[in-house]
Ligand binder design. Structure first.
Ligand SMILES: *Cc1c(COP(=O)(O)O)cnc(C)c1O
Length: 366
């Protein structure tokens, strides 16, 4: 007879799990290294940590952790409303923006439905799609980024969701706002477009665009954002989705009642208004990006221009160079699982961390 696990749906058994960046504590155990000597540039975290206002909000929220969080997240939604001029019923909160992506998949996908995403796009799109039993349609990349015309051409009557990461992770590619807007004008209004803007705070002034202003024209648009990257709250897991009230209502129905923690809610509401911390994070990222890419060029390495807080560099045998870096206490992200086995993705760190990586790299390259 079939065993319990054999009877799980075939589409669940076919999932290959997400491969996260190696935690510092794990490398320390494996290599017998001091945690403090390890540099982690593997998960696009904010090397500055968090701002003072945010720390204070976290400390005061700790007093109440015996209580359930506000399941409606009033304080954070109200902060988002004030910041972005959206209505409360246009906001859904998530346990990280990963949660938002999954809520969208759960609400709109299922067996006999299709989701479209690009080759080399964020790994959670195929995962969230597959977990619903829907068919994932991967569209070939154009210069490592989204080919919007090809994505349009891939739409069928079964298509319910299109995922777009802008900037994309792990390639850092960016599609200008006017091209996304034109794309939205061509997508049938019964297909949800999930615009994942996890790195939007890192865009340069010349790249910025206002997707929130498009919501009134495109009720099938869902914008996904996170507090994990520029706001430095990756460990607390807070993200949000902005969309039409009808779409947000559906997402709220499949959401866990208390999906965001009380400490996360308080921290995010404080972080949202810490413009000084955001400006410092942006400036550090710009300087670090220049430092790393100059280092790559000096080593004769090809890299992909990135609009995020990370950059992808061609090293030959990515798995081998990664091992060489790990031996030196430097954690970056091999992206063979994204179909890019010759490349490594490196998050922008503090200047001293970038320097450690750039010194370790030629040794690892051999
Ligand atoms: C990091 C990332 C996310 C999600 O991160 P959360 O911590 O779950 O908010 C979503 N999309 C992209 C493209 C990312 O790189």
């Amino acid at each position: 007879s079939m065993s319990l696990c054999d009877l799980a749906p075939a589409y669940i058994r076919a999932i290959s799990p997400y491969q996260p960046g190696k935690p510092i504590s794990e490398l320390a155990r494996e290599m017998g290294l001091e945690e403090a000597s390890i540099v982690k540039l593997a998960s696009n975290e904010n090397p500055l940590g968090i701002g003072e206002q945010t720390r204070a909000a976290i400390e005061s929220a700790l007093a109440d952790i015996a209580r359930y969080p506000d399941g409606n997240g009033f304080e954070l939604k109200d902060a988002l409303r004030r910041r972005y001029g959206v209505a409360m019923d246009q906001i859904v909160l998530g346990n990280g923006s990963n949660d938002i992506l999954e809520l969208a998949a759960r609400a709109f996908l299922g067996p006999d439905r299709e989701a479209i995403y690009a080759r080399h796009a964020f790994a959670v799109y195929p995962l969230a799609t597959q977990a619903t039993g829907a068919r994932g349609v991967e569209v070939p990349a154009q210069d490592f980024g989204h080919d919007l015309d090809a994505m349009l051409a891939a739409i069928t009557p079964l298509t319910r969701v299109i995922f777009i990461a802008n900037p994309n992770n792990p390639t850092g590619t960016f599609v200008p706002g006017d091209r996304i807007e034109a794309f939205l004008g061509k997508v049938p209004d019964d297909v949800l477009v999930v615009l994942d803007e996890a790195y939007t705070e890192y865009l340069g002034p010349e790249q910025r665009y206002d997707a929130i202003a498009w919501l009134s024209r495109f009720p099938n648009l869902l914008i996904s954002r996170t507090f994990s990257k520029a706001y430095g709250l990756a460990g607390l897991r807070v993200g949000y989705g902005l969309g039409s009230a009808a779409v947000i209502d559906l997402l709220n129905r499949v959401r866990q009642p208390f999906n965001v923690t009380s400490v996360g809610l308080a921290a995010a509401a404080a972080a949202l208004f810490d413009d000084d911390f955001l400006a410092r994070s942006y400036a550090l990222n710009r300087a670090g990006m220049a430092q790393l890419t100059a280092g790559f060029t000096a080593l004769g390495l090809e890299w992909i221009p990135s609009a995020g807080n990370f950059v992808t560099v061609k090293v030959g045998n990515g798995a081998k160079v990664n091992q060489g870096l790990l031996r030196q206490g430097v954690i970056v992200r091999p992206i063979g699982g994204y179909g890019m086995p010759e490349w490594l993705r490196v998050s922008i760190g503090l200047e001293s961390e970038n320097t450690r990586f750039l010194e370790a790299l030629p040794v690892a390259l051999g």
